[in-house]
Each structure stands twice: as C-alpha cells, then as structure tokens.
Design a protein around this ligand. Structure first.
Ligand SMILES: *[C@@H]1O[C@H](CO)[C@@H](O)[C@H](O)[C@H]1NC(C)=O
Ligand SMILES: [Cu+2]
Length: 188
C-alpha cells in the first residue's frame, strides 16, 4: 500500500518539475525578480533627433528596457521628476556615454539594459552637455502616472529651464552594457 507521505512527496516532485525554473543562472541577479520575457527597445537619439524613441514606456515588473544609442554620443541617466538633467542620487542608473559615428555605425556597439523592478515612475535623461541634450528634449519616463501632473511633457518643460546637465557618478550603474539583442527598428 502506498502511504500518504509517498503520495505527497511524489506530488511535490511532479509539481516542481512542471513549474518553470524560478532562478536559472542567467536570472540569478539577487535584487531581481522573475523575468516576464518582454523587452522594450528604446533608441537614444532616434533618427538623428535629440529624443528617446519611444519616450513614454508602460512596463511590467520583470520587463527589460534595452536602450540603443544612435549617433552621435548619447547616454541614459536617471533623475527625479522634479529635477531633470541631474542625477536622482549617487546611485542613479547610468549607461555612460556611448558614442557612435554617423554614416559608419547605425548605433553604438553596446546597448544598456535595465530591468523594471517596480511600477513607480522612473525618469531618465541624456547627460550630454555638448548641445544640451536634456534641455533640448532628451527625457523619457517608464511608468508615468497618467492620473497626475507629473507628465513627461512637464518634465521636458522643466528640463528646458535647467542649467548644465550633470552625469551620475557611476558609469554602468543599475544595468548591463552589452551588444544589442537585436537591431533597433528605426533609422539611425
Ligand atoms: C562623449 O561625450 C562625453 C561627455 O561629453 C565626452 O566626455 C566624451 O569624450 C565623448 N566621446 C566622444 C567619442 O566624443
Ligand atoms: Cu544625447
């Protein structure tokens, strides 16, 4: 006769085998949760403009945001809503500058990928001071609150009146620099 315990153990083993592996080695980054498998591609300096495209992303926890860098020399840096073009704090997300040569490269060799770990609005800018990219409109948001006044439009308006941009202190912080998982759809 098969005991209850045996059935329970067999049941648990079967269930465990059927579940997707929660922490495969490539997903084992300690602060991060389960990946959704969705990747939002963003291009910094889309088609030669001083914009991110798309610039207003709605993402789920566990989604990835992969920022590509078109020519000439852009970056992806985290600010607060209230103070565009300035690092949110010393731990601000920052890709560093990723130059690409127009007419030679469609985009910089590396993209910068971050994982969305909560649903709070996150504000980003390009810290390039030559040409005042942030002040000229290189701002974007992940998970804007669409019910409030903290809109991307407002962020960009404040950015236009902000002085010289400041780069976050830690290059590569909060994400991964690696060759893009696939090319960006737009023209570079
Ligand atoms: C890219 O911009 C940064 C910040 O302005 C600068 O320090 C760096 O030299 C630039 N790189 C190239 C290749 O122009
Ligand atoms: Cu830029």
């Amino acid at each position: 006769m098969v005991s209850f315990t045996t059935i329970a153990i067999l049941g648990a083993a079967t269930l465990a085998a059927a579940l997707p592996t929660a922490t495969t080695p490539q997903d084992a980054s300690p602060a991060l949760g389960r990946r959704t498998g969705a990747t939002h591609r963003v291009e910094a300096g889309f088609a030669g403009t001083l914009r991110f495209e798309p610039e207003n992303i709605v993402a789920e926890i566990g989604d990835l945001v992969e920022v590509h860098f078109a020519p000439a020399n852009h970056s992806f840096a985290q600010s607060s809503f209230a103070k565009p073009c300035v690092p949110i704090n010393d731990n601000a997300i920052f890709s560093g500058f990723q130059p690409a040569t127009k007419g030679v490269q469609a985009e910089a060799p590396n993209a910068f990928t971050i994982e969305v770990t909560d649903k709070l609005p996150k504000w980003f800018y390009c810290a390039q001071t030559k040409g005042n990219h942030c002040q000229m409109g290189m701002g974007m948001v992940i998970n804007q609150n669409f019910d409030g006044g903290a809109t991307l439009d407002q962020y960009k308006k404040m950015a236009a009146w902000t002085g010289v941009s400041i780069s976050p202190p830690i290059v590569g912080n909060g994400g991964t620099l690696a060759p893009p998982s696939m090319p960006f759809n737009g023209k570079a």
